[in-house]
Ligand binder design. Structure first.
Ligand code: HEC
Length: 125
C-alpha cells in the first residue's frame, strides 16, 4: 500500500515538475524526430511529404506556402492551437476526415503529444 502511494506520488511529481527547460526541449525534439520527421521538417519553407511545421501554431490549416494540401485540410476551418493539434495528433482522421496525412495513425500517449506540441510552439528552425 505504501509502495503504491509512493509510486503514485512519484508519477504526480513527474507530471507536475517537468524539469529543466532544455531537457523538455530535447525530449520534444526527440519525440518529433521519432513520430513526425519522416514527413515533416520544422524549418521554414521546407515542405517534404508533409508541409513545413514552422510557425504552425496560430496558422490556419492548409495554408503553409507552396504545399499542395488536400481539400479536406484546406476547408477544415481550423486554426492550429494546443487543443486542435492535440486532437489531430491523437487521431488525424477523427478531426479532419479524408485528410492526406497517411499512413500516420496517431499517437495515443498524451505526454508524448504534449512534448511534440510544446516543441512546435517553441518555433524551432
Ligand atoms: C506519413 C507522413 C506524415 C507523418 C508521419 C506525419 N505527417 Fe503531418 N502531414 C502529412 C501530410 C501529407 C499533411 C498534409 C495533409 C493534408 O493536406 O490533408 C500533413 C499535415 C499536417 C498538419 C497540418 C499542417 C497545416 O499547415 O495545416 C499538421 C499540424 C501535422 N501534419 C502535424 C504532424 C505531427 C505533429 C506529426 C507527428 C506527430 C505528423 N504530422 C506526422 C504527413 C505526415
Amino acid at each position: 500500500m505504501r509502495a503504491a502511494a509512493a509510486v503514485a506520488t512519484a508519477i504526480v511529481l513527474h507530471v507536475l515538475l517537468p524539469g529543466p527547460l532544455l531537457a523538455a526541449d530535447e525530449k520534444g525534439q526527440e519525440a518529433f524526430n521519432n513520430n513526425c520527421r519522416t514527413c515533416h521538417s520544422w524549418k521554414e519553407g521546407d515542405n517534404r511529404l508533409g508541409p513545413s511545421l514552422h510557425g504552425v501554431v496560430g496558422r490556419k490549416a492548409g495554408t503553409a506556402p507552396g504545399f499542395g494540401f488536400s481539400g479536406a485540410m484546406k476547408s477544415s476551418g481550423i486554426t492550429w492551437d494546443d487543443a486542435s493539434l492535440d486532437k489531430f495528433v491523437t487521431n488525424p482522421n477523427g478531426l479532419v476526415p479524408n485528410n492526406n496525412m497517411k499512413p500516420f495513425g496517431g499517437i495515443a500517449d498524451a505526454a508524448t503529444r504534449k512534448q511534440i506540441i510544446d516543441f512546435l510552439k517553441s518555433n524551432p528552425g
